[in-house]
Write a protein that binds this ligand. Structure first.
Ligand code: CUK
Ligand code: CUA
Length: 629
């Protein structure tokens, strides 16, 4: 008997829940705000003050990764408003590393050395980002372990993380887009990274049309994965939300809301329907090639609105498929047959038949199934065995359902719902191992719960999220909750790759240096005055000294300090901190870091190593002497 973490006193699958579904349907159908308020109210306040009704969590033997053993999967978590990516092991749920992306992070020297500081400056010079959707590069529909991309919802940016070095190597500020929300790689071979500009703004957003919301636009962008340049954009009606692609490189399918194009919630929820947008990628490429675009800020923008001439006739570049109001996510299942559109306000998942996009001009033909999964469906993931798992925000559950049974249920009374697992509480994304490939492994699933409420020791009014690990069996009914995991605010999504698909470096290869940096040995450590007020300082670092025991500059000099870690063995990292100069470098074996600063404070500054590297780590320090001018 499921015991949903809900305030409804005796919610059960057969009775009360149906009543509530009907209640919600009535609200959505009539557009009556009181009906919707019952629903969005729950969505906003997280539903209910839940109590811990299921005593689970902790480690089970199958979940335990013994000391010295490795996890089976890498998990990459978005960090939300922290701006970082977190690397975790599955199934241990141990945090293995944090990768700063849109945020400065002294522990890795990110944003402090010249190269990463310049990268952040060039990408708008913001100090934070809001990353939601980490996605992995694919070759032939499988993760190839090369790169990860992630969006910045706050500032309309896209970043790339190099998975050889586990560091951010590119950030692009995508033109004409204020908030990139949905973000995905184009399967099967990562020809593009697609980003959805969620917020509608004037084009360009330079002060024109500020009081004319009817002229605001929401854009879909195709970004080159190598150059990180935006190749083209498509403007559409409504606000774009989440995007996924088919498995053949033809369609990118986006959820969308606010077809009313209102600027307030009441207007955004007025109509009964919204429209999923299916972008016909080759058709858009053709339109660009034919010159059917306007150029704004250097990017070709193709008109994909419903009135556009490119959308008349039998081969529109964007198909508008009606769905229940304000759907949340789109996820394409591993075979590439169906795209699952989670209802959010509707208790259903709308299944779109991807082949039918091409075969029928009647959008209603495209809907292959509408399983009733429960209240507040947000995201769906897959185990590769014909099952889908949908998160239910309001019901606080993960629901397992059978994909083919859901299609058949349209014509007979097949019951596609197999099992419901309580989660704690109010899940957003749900993700199974390798779920975005054409051949997921099944076995593990993580529910990213937005609220943890009573699950952990209280730590003040800002609570962690709760990421829960669920074992998923190969049979019909086998979801088992095995661990709770508090998460720093705030992951939205994650993606898991088998460990064999990655090949991380243990030391740097200097031929991989991204910018022009000299590898400094002990012999060529030294100081060179390059101008009246500029000095080049170069030095090596190894256990347990820097290549220079001191260097002297003059007050006001611009100092360019280049430091190489000449260690050849893994895990011997040297740091370099300069007190009162706000400088910290973290230098991996065979890596070189460079920092440029003005020596504006005369005095003696003991710069020292921050990574505990040897028994003489504490002694690993030298003097920077800044002589008064
Ligand atoms: S998401 Cu961005 S609002 Cu459901 Cu993928 Cu959390
Ligand atoms: Cu080098 Cu501590």
């Amino acid at each position: 008997e499921p015991t949903p973490s809900d305030d409804s006193p005796s919610l059960n699958l057969a009775g009360l829940e149906l009543d509530r579904r009907d209640f919600m349907k009535a609200g959505a159908a009539t557009g009556v705000m009181s009906g919707l308020a019952g629903c969005t109210g729950s969505l906003m306040n997280g539903g209910q003050s839940g109590s811990n009704q299921q005593s689970s969590g902790g480690s089970t033997p199958e979940h335990l990764v013994e000391p010295g053993e490795h996890d089976e999967y890498y998990g990459f978590w978005s960090g939300g408003q922290s701006g970082e990516i977190r690397v975790m092991g599955i199934p241990s749920m141990r945090v293995l590393m944090r990768i700063p992306v849109f945020n400065k992070d002294a522990s890795r020297g990110y944003g402090y050395d010249d190269e990463t500081r310049q990268m952040l400056e060039d990408a708008g010079d913001y100090t934070w980002g809001d990353n939601h959707h980490p996605v992995l590069s694919e070759t032939d529909g499988d993760y190839d372990g090369e790169y990860l991309w992630v969006n910045d919802k706050a500032n309309g940016r896209l970043a790339r993380v190099n998975l050889t070095y586990f560091e951010t190597d590119a950030i692009t500020d995508v033109p004409n887009m204020q908030a990139i929300h949905g973000c995905t790689v184009q399967s099967p071979d990562t020809k593009y990274i697609f980003g959805n500009g969620e917020f509608r703004t004037p084009l360009p957003n330079d002060g024109r049309d500020v009081h004319s919301p009817e002229n605001y636009e929401s854009l879909f962008a195709a970004i080159n994965p190598e150059t990180m340049e935006t190749e083209w954009q498509v403007k559409v009606d409504g606000n774009l939300d989440i995007v996924d692609t088919d498995k053949d490189g033809r369609w990118a399918i986006s959820s969308a809301y606010n077809s009313e194009e209102a600027v307030e919630v009441s207007g955004m929820t007025h109509d009964d329907r919204d429209y999923v947008k299916a972008f016909d990628v080759p058709a858009i490429e053709q339109a660009v090639e034919n010159g059917n675009y306007e150029e704004v800020n250097g990017v070709p923008i193709v008109d994909g609105t419903q009135e556009s001439s490119l959308n008349q006739g039998d081969n529109p570049i964007v198909r508008y498929i009606p769905t229940p109001k304000s759907p949340h996510c789109v996820e394409v299942e591993p075979n590439g047959d169906y795209a699952m559109v989670a209802g959010k306000l509707s208790p259903t998942v709308t299944m779109l038949d991807i082949d039918a996009l091409d075969e029928s001009s009647d959008p209603e033909d495209v809907v292959a199934g509408r399983p009733k999964v429960g209240l507040g469906p947000l995201h769906t993931t897959f185990d590769g065995n014909g099952h889908a798992y949908t998160s239910l925000f309001i019901d606080s559950q993960a629901v397992k359902w059978d994909i083919e049974a859901a299609v058949e249920a349209e014509n007979n009374s097949t019951e596609p719902i197999l099992e419901k697992q309580d989660v704690h509480y109010n899940p957003g994304h749900i993700q199974a191992v390798e779920a975005m490939t054409t051949d997921p492994d099944g076995e593990w699933l993580v529910s990213l719960n937005k609220l943890s409420k009573d699950r952990f020791l209280p730590v003040g009014p800002i609570h962690p999220d709760n990421d829960q690990l669920i074992h998923i069996g190969q049979g019909e009914k086998e979801m088992e909750l095995v661990a709770d995991h508090p998460a720093y605010p705030e992951p939205h999504d994650c993606v898991f790759a088998h460990k064999d698909k990655l090949d991380p470096a243990t030391t740097w290869d200097k031929s991989d240096y991204r910018t022009d940096k000299e590898f400094v040995t002990q012999q060529n450590s030294g100081v060179e005055r390059t101008g009246e007020q500029s000095v080049d300082v170069k030095m090596s670092s190894m256990r347990s000294e820097y290549g220079l025991s001191e260097f002297t500059v003059k007050e006001g000099d611009e100092v360019t300090l280049t430091v190489t870690n000449i260690e050849g063995v893994r895990d011997i990292i040297h740091g370099l901190a300069i007190p009162e100069y706000d400088i910290h470098l973290a230098i991996a074996p065979q890596d070189t870091q460079k920092v440029t600063f003005t020596a504006d404070k005369p005095g003696v500054y003991w710069f020292y190593c921050t990574y505990f590297c040897s028994a003489l780590h504490l002694e690993m320090r030298s003097r920077m002497i800044v002589e008064p001018r």
